[in-house]
Write a protein that binds this ligand. Sequence first.
Ligand code: ADP
Length: 161
Amino acid sequence: MTIALYPGTFDPITNGHMDVVKRASALFDKVIVAVYAGSLKSVMFSTEERLDLCKKAIDGVFNAEAVTFTGLVVSYAESINASVMLRGLRAGADFDHEFDMALMNKTLAPNIETMFLMANIEWQFLSSSRIKEVAALGADVSNFVPTHVAEALRAKLNNQA
Ligand code: ADP
């Protein structure tokens, strides 16, 4: 059984992340969406909120599960017997950072393979940070995130106003 771990901040989960999860679901026996729960400088949603939004988003993906993790991602992967670390790769934006991280993780845990799914062309320019930025300026982001995430963004921004 091949378990793929898809780690990230997911602040919040977007259609780009979901596209990776759905495609990975057809490739691996199990896909674990792992929300980083360590201290982060600037997140809009708490760990529990990010987890909850991920759980709702993957509800229809039969072999996907959402969890939180802290500490070294490769240690977490080993602890759940994940042999694949899954990441999404957008043109330009991600390569240097992902290459660096994948090499470090390979050194720390040689048995875990980092595998990349190229971001779907539709979501190449979609990032959680851009979504938060434009949502805060009043944009309708419902074409870019699941419905419940758009609602959560609206609620969060109304509370902050
Ligand atoms: P991190 O803080 O670890 O980069 P993110 O939540 O921003 O966490 O992203 C998690 C993973 O999803 C990363 O591999 C990132 O490159 C990928 N990703 C982010 N946005 C998209 C997208 N629009 N399409 C495909 N993959 C994406």
